[in-house]
Design a protein around this ligand. Structure first.
Ligand code: ZN
Ligand code: ZN
Ligand code: ZN
Length: 374
């Protein structure tokens, strides 16, 4: 499946040049990038992930090369027509050994970096063929580029968030009691598409005791009055991801649950408000965790506070106690503390926030109050 990511070719020229620079700063002589979000980030199209090797080689010096199966060449030539002068296509025939082609191109390199999601069959064959060249992960190089979003990328995240908000508002206006989680979930997927997503990635509907399981798969449980419901939904729009969570209660909320949710809401807002350049990721986590701890729910907040978001739903920077990385203008990530009381109920509130010089910009704008539904 090919989905144009749709930035100007100048953006991709710049990204290729910056990738080569970032690689050289790590003492890497070439990046080997197979079809993946990294590949789409650099080249602007999503090549199919296949058993036949497609591999973009970005050398520190010289022209990038794209080793690809002959049958993929017409598509690539079309998708990459505006990059033709900065990229050499190296098609291989069915009886050729593509690993040997890559080997010829990077011959003599001391260290090359392979894309993190490269299939083991390629990575292992490359390691054998390139020996004694050292193979390292390309992740640190690629994420150093991808974690800082350009204004165009932020705009796409904003539009994706708006589409998710539209779907969230629509579902929270509906009746829940008597429907199964699975029915609500499949309806949310339709709403995500109607609101402008290109694909409806996920729609967690966790009701009653299931709401205490953060990644619950929507199932056949019938939702009833007195249930807490965690909704965690998102998809992809124009190549960029959305991800938002809200919590609802069916009928008059139990006072104990309302109190829990009020603490969570305070913690989530405080963490969003703490976002500004120079603050460590660990501190955003700590701000949320302190409030939840002090209210006595510390042991019930069982995951990190958030994750970066961009072309992938989960990417760097991670908002976790062990990450000392300093936030900077252009970082985009979720702020999603949760409180989960096993076998009883749970709650999560999630917004995507972009760090700007003026502080955090929340991309999700629906109310974080506990929604009361029927
Ligand atoms: Zn998650
Ligand atoms: Zn989520
Ligand atoms: Zn998330």
């Amino acid at each position: 499946m090919t989905t144009a990511v749709g930035f100007a070719s100048s953006v991709h020229r710049d990204r290729l040049a910056r990738a080569a620079r970032a690689a050289s700063e790590r003492g890497v002589e070439a990046l080997l990038i197979t079809p993946s979000p990294d590949y789409a980030y650099l080249l602007g199209y999503r090549a199919p992930v296949l058993e036949r090797l497609t591999c973009l080689i970005v050398p520190v010096d010289g022209t990038p090369a794209l080793v690809l199966p002959r049958l993929e060449e017409p598509l690539a030539r079309h998708e990459l027509r505006e990059l033709a002068d900065v990229l050499t296509l190296v098609p291989w025939d069915e009886t050729d050994d593509p690993i040997r082609l890559v080997q010829t191109i990077v011959a003599g390199a001391l260290r090359v970096a392979v894309q993190d999601q490269m299939w083991a069959r390629f990575a292992l064959r490359l390691r054998a063929a390139l020996d004694p060249t050292e193979l390292v992960e390309a992740g640190p190089t690629m994420s150093s580029l991808r974690r800082v979003k350009s204004p165009d990328e932020v705009q796409r995240l904003r539009e994706a968030a708006l589409a998710a908000d539209t779907a969230m508002s629509a579902i929270l206006d509906e009746r829940f009691a008597g429907r199964t989680e699975a029915t609500v979930s499949s309806h949310i997927r339709d709403l995500l598409l109607e609101a402008g997503h290109d694909d409806a990635g996920f729609a967690i509907v966790a009701s009653g005791p299931n709401s205490a399981s953060p990644h619950h798969e929507a199932g056949e449980r019938v939702i009833e009055t007195g249930d807490a419901i965690v909704l965690d939904i998102g998809g992809t729009r124009a190549g960029y991801a959305s991800d938002t969570s809200r919590t609802a209660f069916v009928g008059e909320p139990a006072p104990e649950f309302a109190a829990l949710h009020a603490v969570l809401r305070l913690a989530q807002a405080a963490a969003c408000d703490a976002v500004r350049p120079g603050v460590p990721c660990s501190e955003i986590d700590a701000v949320a965790r302190r409030i939840i701890d002090e209210a006595g729910y510390g042991a019930a907040f069982i995951h990190r506070t958030g994750h970066g978001i961009g072309m992938e739903v989960h990417e760097e920077p991670y908002i976790v106690a062990s990450n000392p990385e300093l936030l900077q203008d252009g970082h985009a990530f979720s702020v999603e503390p949760g409180i989960y009381i096993q076998d009883r109920w749970g709650a999560r509130i999630e917004d995507i926030v972009v760090c700007t010089d003026a502080g955090g910009e929340r991309l999700n704008t629906t109310s974080t109050e506990l929604s009361i539904v029927e």
